[in-house]
Design a protein around this ligand. Structure first.
Ligand SMILES: Cc1cc2nc3c(=O)[nH]c(=O)nc-3n(C[C@H](O)[C@H](O)[C@H](O)COP(=O)(O)OP(=O)(O)OC[C@H]3O[C@@H](n4cnc5c(N)ncnc54)[C@H](O)[C@@H]3O)c2cc1C
Length: 391
């Protein structure tokens, strides 16, 4: 049914990616065994070479930079396939297609930023990290403690960013800071800057079992004005573009994991006999499977709809957030049911379910948490309403 919604070429690429993940990525994971915490770099390098040959390297990056330049909707459709393996939620397709750069970098035309940072990151596929959140709370940027104070032709950065992932792997960073041009100034001017890795001081914070994030400290870090992305004060416009894209790509990864978990569970219930009866024959199990399939389809349509609207330029402020809240909560519920149906095996490390359970728990709070999204949705509804409801 899904194929009728997407154009022919995308459907073809989608089956190519699906085959690649099943034949190459899943095989590699089986070779290294279920207890491995990472994949051997020489095998990953081979996968990356294949990803390049397939013409799908850096799917969101411009053609002129060496990327595949696919629109957000196409990337969301493909991402669901790329995520369908053990490490798929955090490292889709084992990095075979490179680590995406934020879409707003396509607006950059400063030759220094392009030559020194963006083009090399497209070649390496290592991506960049985004240091946005702070101690005061995740993604509500009505205040920033990290400041960039004007010092001649440069900016002096001070302050701490929290929970930033991919710092070690990335080629460079992007930081959101409040620009202050003179001592007396009180205006709020959130602005993005590119930061070279050698200017960043960071401290590791291990989260759950598999995720590392870093606190990044700026102490009188000097940046030239050339490192600024966009105008002073318009950083939040760029952040919103990134957040919308990232929420939908993350949702697609969650859908992929949920789909794979349902497939594993179908195999399991057909095989497992409990007290003289196959699990597949038990109405309770059937109900859990059916609920999972129905909810997965509903979530996919929400995610695709939001991605299509963003691609067409017709999205409302909260479309991506609503899809992210629904997709992450749905995927978590589905994994929870799959764990339940697997019994003890559901939490054994031999299967990927326990890993996905832990990782999906984070997806519900990463980027904007479900609660923060709900608050924003409610505020938008109330703002839209023209007055007291008449009954
Ligand atoms: C694995 C991981 C990766 C991350 N990646 C990045 C990254 O790349 N760049 C980056 O800058 N940050 C990143 N973060 C930070 C992430 O965005 C924040 O952790 C997240 O936004 C939640 O903020 P917080 O941890 O400060 O929790 P808090 O904001 O303190 O939230 C605590 C509680 O308050 C609720 N809450 C928060 N705001 C509202 C609201 N408006 N209305 C109602 N309830 C609310 C939350 O739902 C939660 O229940 C990452 C975090 C993790 C765990």
């Amino acid at each position: 049914m899904e194929e009728t919604l997407i154009y022919e070429e995308l459907a073809l690429i989608r089956s190519t990616v699906k085959r690649f993940v099943e034949k190459e990525v899943v095989k590699l994971e089986l070779d290294v065994g279920s207890l491995a915490e990472e994949l051997p770099s020489e095998r990953v390098a081979l996968l990356k070479a294949k990803g390049k040959q397939m013409g799908l390297w850096m799917m969101g990056a411009k053609n002129e930079w060496g990327g595949a330049e696919l629109d957000l909707f196409s990337r969301v459709v493909l991402m669901e396939e790329m995520a369908q393996h053990r490490f798929g939620l955090l490292n889709p397709a084992a990095g075979a297609f490179g680590r995406e750069l934020p879409g707003f970098l396509k607006r950059v035309n400063n030759p220094t930023l392009l030559d020194e940072f963006i083009n090399p990151a497209v070649v390496s596929g290592n991506g960049c990290f985004l240091a946005l959140g702070e101690q005061a709370g995740g993604f509500g940027y009505d205040q920033l403690s990290v400041t960039a104070v004007k010092a001649g032709s440069q900016w002096k950065l001070n302050g701490v960013k929290k929970y930033v992932p991919n710092v070690e792997e990335a080629d460079f960073g992007i930081v959101l800071a409040n620009c202050i041009e003179s001592e007396q100034e009180e205006a709020y001017r959130p602005t993005l800057f590119i930061v070279p890795k050698n200017l960043v001081s960071y401290k590791e914070m291990n989260m759950l079992k598999d995720i590392k994030t870093y606190d990044i400290t700026f102490e009188h870090t000097m940046l030239s004005d050339e490192m600024r992305i966009g105008d002073v004060g318009n950083g939040l416009d760029f952040v919103q573009v990134w957040l919308d894209e990232e929420q939908l790509l993350m949702s697609a990864r969650c859908l992929g994991i949920a789909k794979k978990a349902i497939m594993l569970t179908i195999d399991w219930v057909l095989d497992r006999t409990v007290f003289g009866k196959k699990l597949a024959e038990r109405p309770v199990t059937q109900g859990m499977l059916a609920d999972s399939e129905i909810e997965l389809n509903a979530a996919r349509f929400m995610v695709w709809n939001a991605a299509k609207k963003i691609t067409d330029g017709s999205a409302q402020e909260v479309d991506a957030g609503m899809a992210k809240a629904f997709a992450t909560e749905t995927a978590f519920r589905i994994i929870d049911r799959c764990v339940q149906i697997h019994g003890g095996m559901g939490v054994a490390q031999e299967l990927p379910l326990e890993r996905w359970y832990r990782e999906l728990r984070i997806a519900r709070l990463e980027l904007m948490s479900t609660d923060a999204i709900k608050e924003k949705v409610a505020q938008t509804m109330l703002k839209r309403s023209k007055g007291v409801v008449k009954v």
